[in-house]
Ligand binder design. Sequence first.
Ligand SMILES: Cc1cc2nc3c(=O)[nH]c(=O)nc-3n(C[C@H](O)[C@H](O)[C@H](O)COP(=O)(O)OP(=O)(O)OC[C@H]3O[C@@H](n4cnc5c(N)ncnc54)[C@H](O)[C@@H]3O)c2cc1C
Length: 403
Amino acid sequence: MRRTCDLLIVGSGPAGTAAAIAARRNAPNLHTLVIDRTTFPRDKTCGDGLGPGVVARLEQIGATDLLADSRPIDALRIVGPSGESVSGPLPTIGGSEPKGFVIPRQDFDAALQARAVTEGVELLPAHKLVTLDTSPAHTVITRAQTPHGHVSIQAKAVIAADGARSDIRRHLGIPYNSSKTTGLAIRTYIKASTHPFDHMEFHFRKDLLPAYGWVFPIERGHANVGIMIDAARYDPGNKTLRTMLNEFAMEIGVSEFDRANTGTYMLPYATSVPRLTHNRIALVGDAGSMINPFSGEGIAYGMAAGIEAAERAAHNLQQHTAASPFGDFDDWFHQRFGKHFRASAYAKRLAQRQWLANFGVRAARRRPSLLAEGIHLLVGEGTSLSWRSLITVLAQGNSHLRG
Ligand SMILES: Cc1cc2nc3c(=O)[nH]c(=O)nc-3n(C[C@H](O)[C@H](O)[C@H](O)COP(=O)(O)OP(=O)(O)OC[C@H]3O[C@@H](n4cnc5c(N)ncnc54)[C@H](O)[C@@H]3O)c2cc1C
C-alpha cells in the first residue's frame, strides 16, 4: 500500500504530538500524518513531572484544558546529601503560571494525541517505521510495518519524534549518545499515607550524585518515585537500579510500591545534541537528545522543538520557499536552549562533589535568589549560574559550618 502526505511525524509522544497540533493550526490545508508503532493509551517510563515549560507549550498549542482535572503543584523541594532541605516556588516560563503537574504518561500522552486527532491530524497507530529513503530530490520515502503488512509513505518533510532509541536517527547514521551523556532511570508508583506529597521533591543522595531520587506527587497519598544515575557511573555488579530504588524508598519511609509498574529507561542528555536538521528531516525530543542533564526533564524541550520544527515546515511547505523545510532549525535550538543546557550541565558538575551539594542547599536556604536560580536550572529555562552564585554557595555554606 502507498500513502502520501505533506508532513509526516514519526512518534506520538509529547514532542511529536505537539508538533502535529502546531502544524494543523498553522497550515490546516497541509496533510499532516502521524504514525506511532504502538496503540494508545501506552505507558512511557517517566517521572510524569510536567514542569512550567510544559504548561507554557500547552498554552502555545491551545491545550491547557488537558490539565483542568489535575492537581497543580507550585513548589519544589531540594534535599541535599546531608538530609538538609530547602523549598521554593516553581518558576514562570513565557508568562505562564508558575505551576507544574504530575500526570501519568499513559493518560497525558493519550489525551494529547486525542486532541491532535480532534484538530484534524491523521493518526496511524501500530505503524512502525522500518526503512527510510532520503535519495529522492523533494521527498522522503519511508516504509512502516503494520499488523496487516507494509505501507510506503511519501512525505515532503519528516519530523523524527521517535524517542531515545530513534530508528530514524539510526537510519541517518547518527550514533546514539555515549554512556557519558546518557542517564538511566527507574520509576515506580507508591502509596503512602504519611508522606506530605505537596512538593516536587529532588533528593540529591550521596550514592547517586550528581543525579538524584525524586518524589512527584500525583494526588494525596500517591506518587511517582524514582532514581536517576549517569549511565557511565552505573555498575550493576555493585548495585542494581532496583536495589537503589528500594533503598531510596526505604529512606523516604515507603515500603509499598507497585512492582508491576516499575520500569527502567534511558535519557539522552542535551550535553550531546547531534545535528538536528538533515535536509527534509528534523530530529526533535529524545530523538535529538534534548534532555536537561541536571534534572532529566525532557518533555518541555521536546514539545518546544516539535512546535518550532512544525511551524517552520508548515510555513516553508506552503510558501515553497526554502530548500530545507526546517531552515536554520539547528541555530534556533542552540540559541533558545544552548545556554540553559550549558548552565545546567555546569551546576551538575558542581553537584558531583558532596560537600559542594551540601553547601549549595545551605546557601539556598539563606538566599532566595540563589534558590530561584537553582530551581530555574532544574525545571525552568535558567541560564544564570554565575561566579557570584558559586562564591555565595562557598561563603554561605562555609559560614554555616563555622557558625
Ligand atoms: C525514568 C524516566 C523519568 C523521566 N522523568 C521525566 C519527568 O518527570 N519530566 C520530564 O519532563 N521528562 C522526564 N523524562 C524524560 C521524558 O520521558 C522524555 O524526555 C520524553 O518522553 C521525550 O518525549 P518524546 O516525544 O521525544 O519521546 P517519547 O515520549 O519516547 O515518544 C516516542 C514515541 O515514538 C514511538 N516510536 C518509537 N520508534 C518508532 C518507530 N520506529 N516508528 C513509529 N513510532 C515509533 C514510540 O512508540 C513513542 O510513542 C524521564 C525519562 C525517564 C526514562
